[in-house]
Design a protein around this ligand. Structure first.
Ligand code: ADP
Ligand code: MG
Length: 487
């Protein structure tokens, strides 16, 4: 152990605390808990992904109830199966759940739906699909109400679920620094599990195309990504542990690629004959990733190819907030899951704004705006509307626009204490709340429900933020990486 200091901020002296900050920040540098640095001024411009600094982190592990932690893990496989079942019987997804969201958000959700329809019409060139899912939860325990529902799902991420590798390393850091005092720090093998998922998909592809000798995993990345270390880590594990080559490409670069005429293989390099066996998206989840038709062309080329996609456009659409809300309608879940009761136990109240009773829903939210969150069909943090912004938006939205938003009950997590570090300095010492994400990996076959090449729950991420912060992302600058201390 590096230190014997007690692991709560209240009982740690200032000198000990400063020592700990230095140890922990150095640990981050030594073991690669790093993100691309940004300008110190208000522009917060990224300095390029090779100029790095420690990722924002919590000095201490964050208290989390053991029973809720276990429930979150238990939910993993039922969600793996649910995503696949909904996407295999795509009528509900495309013809019902997402229709109004596509109309209300034609330039993004609408284009994804058109792409899905196009794949449906032409037929899938690949029946295997890799899901690297991250189901995010918060504890719900409103003050003074006696209500304690355990965990409620914030959202299910089906594309570019990030921070698996850095989270595994944060767990190790907390164990090394605090493991003598905090004994209930669960291991976190998210990094290994995610690598195994991608490697398994790669091996399945090799079996399908034994004549292809030169196969790579493509990691689809954003130009100017600040979270590239989390991605590189995975790339290096894939290379060293599994012998799987990884190439990084933007959507615009993929637009230049061709198919092999005979079998729809995605040719990455005509000279060497390198083909894509697995295409793993760490980009493509926001309209900002598609500044022109070129990027849409890149997406479309991948989607029609024989590469195993992580995710394909159907899995991607499953992650839409609108789909999350539509799944809460009575009678829907049992159509797709044999574990509907377990899944429903973590559903927060979600409301559509495109039903006949939409005025009642709007009035309910306008009456008590602090109890609700207004969400568009967006990913990546910073898009939700709260309080006055929610009121303003609800008052001015058109009918079309309403279809692309949902209203969600505001989850009210209990607070605990935390010390939050950015760039080697304590930037917050006080009450914090947290969000637990659990990584599920599924490699399934659209042509045979029996063929399940992988179905696992592999690890977690715990993000901590001050109680005053509504938004949540680490990359978006709101939250700090932590690990759970089970209580
Ligand atoms: P995104 O796709 O942008 O990550 P989320 O649904 O995860 O969208 O919302 C972003 C953040 O907003 C979450 O990480 C969480 O901190 C906060 N948040 C989202 N929904 C709720 C909710 N219903 N109650 C409380 N906080 C929420
Ligand atoms: Mg989120």
């Amino acid at each position: 152990m590096l230190t014997t200091s007690a692991s709560t901020s209240a009982t740690t002296s200032t000198t000990n605390l400063n020592n700990l900050v230095a140890q922990a920040s150095s640990w981050c540098t030594s073991f690669g808990i790093l993100m691309g640095a940004r300008e110190l001024d208000n522009t917060r411009q990224p300095l390029g992904d090779l100029i790095v600094e420690p990722a924002p982190f919590s000095l201490f592990p964050t208290e989390f109830p053991q029973s809720s932690f276990e429930t979150a893990y238990e939910l993993g496989k039922p969600f793996n199966a649910l995503v696949h079942n909904v996407c295999s019987q795509q009528d509900w997804l495309l013809d019902e759940a997402i229709v109004n969201a596509a109309q209300g958000d034609p330039d993004f959700t609408g284009r994804l739906v058109s792409l899905a329809r196009d794949v449906e019409a032409k037929g899938r060139a690949q029946n295997l699909v890799l899901g690297l899912l991250r189901s995010d939860y918060m504890l719900h325990k409103p003050d003074g109400t006696g209500d304690d529902t355990g965990i409620l799902q914030v959202e299910l991420n089906t594309i570019a679920s990030s921070f698996g590798c850095l989270s595994s390393k944060i767990s190790k850091m907390h164990k090394a620094l605090h493991g003598d005092v905090d004994t209930n720090l669960p291991p976190n093998l998210a990094d290994e599990g995610i690598a195994k998922g991608i490697a398994t998909a790669y091996q399945e592809y090799q079996k399908q195309y034994p004549e292809s000798k030169n196969i790579a995993v493509v990691m689809v990345v954003q130009p100017g990504e600040t979270n590239s270390i989390d991605q590189r880590d995975l790339e290096f594990v894939l290379k060293t542990k599994y012998g799987v080559p990884v190439v990084r490409k933007t959507l615009a670069e993929l637009a230049q690629c061709q198919y092999r005429a005979n079998n729809s293989e995605l040719l990455l390099d005509g000279d060497s004959g390198l083909v894509a066996g697995v295409v793993y998206y760490r980009a493509g989840y926001t309209p900002d990733d598609y500044p022109s038709d070129t990027e849409w062309k890149g997406r479309s080329i991948v989607e029609h190819s024989s590469a195993i996609k992580c995710p394909d456009v159907f899995y991607h659409l499953f992650g839409a907030k609108k789909v999350q809300q539509e799944l809460t309608r009575p009678g829907i879940l049992p159509k797709f899951s044999t574990e509907a009761t377990l899944l429903e136990s973590c559903f927060a109240k979600l409301y559509a704004l495109d039903d006949d009773n939409y005025e009642d829903v709007i009035n309910m939210a306008l009456k008590d705006p602090h109890l609700f969150v207004l969400k568009p069909q967006r990913e990546g943090g910073g898009n939700n509307l709260y309080d006055d912004d929610l009121v303003r938006a609800l008052r001015t939205m058109t009918k079309e626009e309403r279809g692309a938003y949902i209203i969600m009950q505001k989850i009210q997590p209990p607070s605990t204490t935390g010390v939050l570090i950015r760039r080697g300095k304590i930037v917050y010492n006080g009450d914090v709340v947290c969000e637990l994400g659990v990584f599920g990996i599924t490699l399934r076959d659209y042509s045979s429900s029996e063929n399940i090449a992988m179905d696992e729950v592999v690890g977690h991420i715990l993000r901590t933020k001050s109680v005053q912060t509504d938004e949540g992302g680490v990359a978006a600058g709101y939250a700090f990486l932590s690990s759970p201390k089970l209580v």
